[in-house]
Structures are given as C-alpha cells and as structure tokens.
Design a binder for this molecule. Structure first.
Ligand SMILES: Nc1nc2c(ncn2[C@@H]2O[C@H](COP(=O)(O)OP(=O)(O)OP(=O)(O)O)[C@@H](O)[C@H]2O)c(=O)[nH]1
Ligand SMILES: [Mg+2]
Length: 327
C-alpha cells in the first residue's frame, strides 16, 4: 500500500464498488490492519462505502469444530452461485492457534467454491481478541456488500463467545449440530439455541440417519423451552447432509421465508438498527478501555493506587473511582 493513489480513500472505495477482486482484497487488508494510519484511512474509505451497503443476505453459520461448517458452506455457496448469485464467505475464528490450520483447511475444503468467479473467500483475520476479530469481520462484511455480493456467509467456530458475536452481525443465524454418543443435548450451550434462527442436524447420512432424526425431535422439544427472539418466528429444526447434498435448498428456503416474515413485521430493519447501535456501544466500550490504558497520568498512578488497595488502605471501588476520574 505504498503508492499515493492507493492511499486515496475514494480510489480504494472505487476498487470495491467495481467489484474487482484485487480492490476488494486490498480494502479488506486495510480494514484488518491495526496500524493507526491504516485505521484512519479505512474509516474514510468505509464512509464512502456505507451508502452502498445493506442489500446482501447476511447469513451466519456456527457449530463445534468438525460439525461440517466449511463443507456445508461450500455446498450452499455452490447452490447459490448456480442460481446466479454472488457469494462471499468470511470466517471468524479468534483462536489464533487454530486459525492457521483453518485457513489451510478451508482453502482445500472449499476448493470448488473458491474457483468460482462469483465468489470471494476470506479466512478469519488474525487477532488477539474476539472483539478485534469480530469488529474486523463486521467491516469486511460491509466491504463485501458494497462490492455487490448478494449473500455473505459468515462461518464461526462454536467455541467461546464467537457465535454470539457473529449472531449480532447477521440477518439469520444457523446452528449446525451433529449427533454424538449418548444424550444429544448434553454439552450444548443454551445460549446457542437462544440466538439460532434455525438448527440443522448435519451428517444425516449413512448409518447416522436414524440418530439424526431422533436428535431432530429432541431439539424440537428443547426449542419449545427456549424463549424465541421473535414472536413471529419459531426456529425450525432441520436435518442435512453435505455428502448427499440434502437440506441445502431447504435451509436457503428457510432463510428466505424468515426474511419475508421479518420484513413484513418490520423486525428485519429493527434487528439491523439494533445491531448497528449495539456495535457502536461495543466500540465505545473498547475505545474507553484503550484510552484508559493509554493515558499516561493513569499509568503513573496505577502502581501507587494498586499498592494501597492491596494493603487495604483504600477500597477497590474508591481506587477505581479515583483512576477513572483522570480520564
Ligand atoms: N458423513 C458426513 N461427513 C461430513 C459431512 N459434512 C462434512 N463432513 C466431514 O466432516 C469433517 C469436518 O468437516 P468440515 O466441513 O471441515 O467441518 P468444520 O465444522 O468446518 O470444521 P472446523 O472448521 O475445523 O471447525 C470432514 O472430514 C468432512 O468430510 C456430512 O454431511 N456427512
Ligand atoms: Mg471449517
């Protein structure tokens, strides 16, 4: 990014708006950069892109490692490009130790989709914190929308907080499940069921069909206990198999049906408005924290005040109050 022309936000934005692969990749690299100068430039580029965003179907896919997310995404992606749609695939994987493997894995697993001219696949940005990774993915999603992609698929590994974070950036959140030995519902976080707009029991093939069907019924019962996020949508429980290429179409039809109903009730735009606001507050929280730690007056006071807290000379709350007052 050395050339002057390339550092012009309008020039960068134009590259995205033209839908050029190179231009999109460059914009995303800028968005993912943690250099202060790049961040400022990225913000100005985003301003130019924002009026062109909002039109894509934003679909999140989660599930434990090995559930078959990448294979499912490739199948769904191919199904969509065959319909003439342009598809972008993003990944959120904050566990840096895994991401190297994931990038490699997804490149080979999504070979067919990656080769298609109407697709764009971006592995997870590396980042120290989930907040950082999620924020970058959110902006990348907007870059893809501005570039004219009709569908943006966001794959996230279902560990830690990454799934709730992805749920707040998509229109539809799909949780993939697999049957295991014993109680199917064991070890499944209730939080996932609460944010899922649909559940699909994957790998419903071979000698697993019967178990998958049984799991489907169990999840259906479980979903009756969870308070649905929307009064007009009860998340369905489906089955699918990427090997048999079963269920892809049904999932897509479910996404469109959800979209139709949510648009009708006004919940669609409400959800996006809420997501934008909650993103703003997340950034404010992070910004405040960063400013606190970068403040040299505060940094100078921390050792002394910490020592006083340890010696019980002042209470933790008074100490926190004192440090915050320097902001
Ligand atoms: N039987 C069967 N196997 C599948 C299916 N989908 C994926 N697999 C296999 O399951 C394994 C994991 O698939 P991936 O698509 O890489 O799973 P993932 O959830 O993306 O995994 P991570 O990215 O590591 O979290 C691979 O060996 C796939 O071939 C399916 O529908 N049926
Ligand atoms: Mg994967």
């Amino acid at each position: 990014m050395g050339e002057v022309k390339e550092l012009d936000p309008q020039y960068l934005a134009n590259g995205v708006l033209k839908g050029e692969r190179r231009g999109i990749a460059k914009a995303i690299t800028l968005v993912e950069s943690s250099l202060e100068a790049h961040r400022r430039l990225a913000a100005r580029m985003m301003e130019k892109l924002l009026p062109h965003t909002g039109k894509a179907v934003r679909l999140g896919i989660t599930g434990v490692p090995g559930v078959g997310k990448s294979t499912f995404v490739e199948n769904l992606g191919l199904f969509l490009v065959e319909k003439g749609l342009r598809v972008a695939v993003l990944a959120v994987d904050p566990s840096s130790s895994r991401s190297g493997g994931s990038i490699l894995g997804d490149k080979t697993r999504m070979e067919q989709l990656a080769a298609h001219p109407s697709t764009f696949i971006r592995p997870s940005p590396s980042g120290r914190t989930l907040g950082g990774v999620a924020a970058k993915t959110r902006e990348t999603l907007l870059v893809c929308e501005a570039a004219g992609f009709d569908v943006v698929l966001v794959e996230t590994v279902g560990v830690g907080q990454s799934e709730t974070s992805v749920a707040t950036m998509v229109d539809f959140f799909l949780a993939l499940m697999i049957t295991g030995a014993g109680d199917e519902l064991q070890g499944i976080k209730k939080g996932v069921l609460e944010v899922a707009d649909a559940i699909a029991i994957n790998k419903c093939d071979g000698d697993n069909v019967e178990r998958a069907e049984k799991a489907r019924l169990e999840f259906e019962i479980a979903m009756h206990i969870v308070t649905p996020e929307s009064p007009s949508w009860r998340p369905p429980v489906l089955t699918c198999s990427s090997i048999l290429k079963n269920g892809t179409q049904q999932v897509w039809e479910t996404v469109l049906e959800h979209r139709r109903i949510m648009t009708q009730t006004g919940e669609f735009s409400l959800r996006r408005r809420r997501q934008a606001l909650s993103w703003m507050w997340t950034l404010i929280d992070e910004g405040l924290k960063a400013r606190f730690h970068q403040n040299s007056t505060i940094a100078g006071k921390i050792p002394e005040i910490s020592a006083k807290v340890e010696q019980e000379l002042i209470s933790p709350s008074a100490a926190a109050e004192a440090l915050l007052s320097f902001l």
